[in-house]
Design a protein around this ligand. Sequence first.
Ligand SMILES: Cc1cc2nc3c(=O)[nH]c(=O)nc-3n(C[C@H](O)[C@H](O)[C@H](O)COP(=O)(O)OP(=O)(O)OC[C@H]3O[C@@H](n4cnc5c(N)ncnc54)[C@H](O)[C@@H]3O)c2cc1C
Length: 463
Amino acid sequence: MRDHAATSFWLQTANDDLTPRPPLDGTTDTDVAILGAGLTGLWTAYYLKRADPSLQITVVEREIAGFGASGRNGAWCAPDLNITMSRLERLHGMDAARRMQQATYDAVDEVGRACAEAGIDAGFHKGGEIILSRGPQGEPSLQGAIEEYQRFGFGDRYRIIGGSELAMRVRVAGATRALVSDDAAVVHPGRLVRGLARAVERLGVRIHERTAVAEVRPKDASGRATLVTDRGDLRAPVVVLAGEAYLSQLPGLHRQLIPLYSLIVLTEPVTDAQWAEIGWAGREVLASTRLSVDYLSRTEDGRILFGGRGAPYRWGSPIRDEYDHHGPTHERLRGFVRAWFPSLGDIGFSHAWGGPLGMPRDWHPTMAFDPGTGIATSRGYIGHGVSTTNLGGRVLTDLVTGARSPLTELPLVNHRSPDWEPEPFRWIGVRYSQWALGRLDDEIARTGKPPTGRTLAERIANH
Ligand SMILES: Cc1cc2nc3c(=O)[nH]c(=O)nc-3n(C[C@H](O)[C@H](O)[C@H](O)COP(=O)(O)OP(=O)(O)OC[C@H]3O[C@@H](n4cnc5c(N)ncnc54)[C@H](O)[C@@H]3O)c2cc1C
């Protein structure tokens, strides 16, 4: 059997022995059937049960709750989407873009509130967010970001700081200025997802682990949709697909998302003397303006987590355990830790892991329910799912129960992303963007010239 504690530091330290729950016991009928015990599936179960305690809700999970991205992420619970407000404005109008952004701020607070309500010790700490420019070349991008927030009416939530004010917060080699806000939190992802699983069980939700869904069938003449599993069929008037990147492995969904691996390294605990050099006492979530994405967090026990993309996309979009580790990318991330924090010297690294992000073709998350087929889904968060899954759970609850609310009017609702191209075009396009963004970052660092925003790679990244 799989050693689930080896999946990530978070599952290893989740205060949970990770013993799998019993699988589905043959063909079963229920009111709501959920594929996936990650944050999307579990928040959906949580809010549905609160809306209607009489609902019978059954979750099926191929491995264990939290096995996917929810138990492996970078611990950022931040009000960000991968799709910019300007692009949401172009697609859905100014008001919708603004409402969407406001919903992301609310989602961060709701994660904290719901954890307190449900008795989940997720280590929720709202320390804020710091996006660093490591050199003047990153500063135009900070300026562009704050102007965008100002244009949409959120300017008072953000500030650009530098000099001694920045140094008081955190001391990163080469950092010149930073965009800061108070709106983001850091969590313990393992305790959040495992605690949420126990919380929904207390509300009466059934979770069956080690139960793999092989096929999803829409509503038939009996009015029930079906999750066909290796342990029997799970039938219900409403089926929720909450499998994020893994949904790409199911028939019919192969081109809706691609799995893109994000990887993480974690240091040994940093000594008090080293923390005195670094600062970062507020445990803000931290990143830089690099185009190819980095994200950092400080754990409760004083380690530094450094995550980034860069693991190569694989032909045909497979998901395999061995892809959680990619030597060259993990080594690069360790090098970044040493470059950002030279005072750490030759600090040891205790953990390295990774996992697949779910990436839609248009970078646009989807929260949808089709009463005709009985199928609901919330997916496509890319690197911003920790708070957005909570929003997804609330949106799906309102859609499924038929409640009209401000949530059901959000622009992510009932969006359908276009399909990814078939191979080999998908491989060529994704590999090209990964390579070009990395190269551009290296060039920016070497020349000190800010990005123009006009290269093909940037246009793809800002898409
Ligand atoms: C390395 C990494 C770092 C990240 N960092 C951050 C971050 O710092 N902040 C942030 O906001 N977001 C981050 N993300 C993204 C975020 O973690 C995800 O968007 C979010 O957790 C998605 O939750 P989910 O429940 O939709 O999917 P998942 O957590 O992936 O859960 C899906 C579940 O469905 C199960 N499943 C899938 N297919 C089947 C099937 N056929 N049958 C049965 N079960 C199935 C899987 O086993 C899995 O447990 C990161 C992701 C990764 C991989």
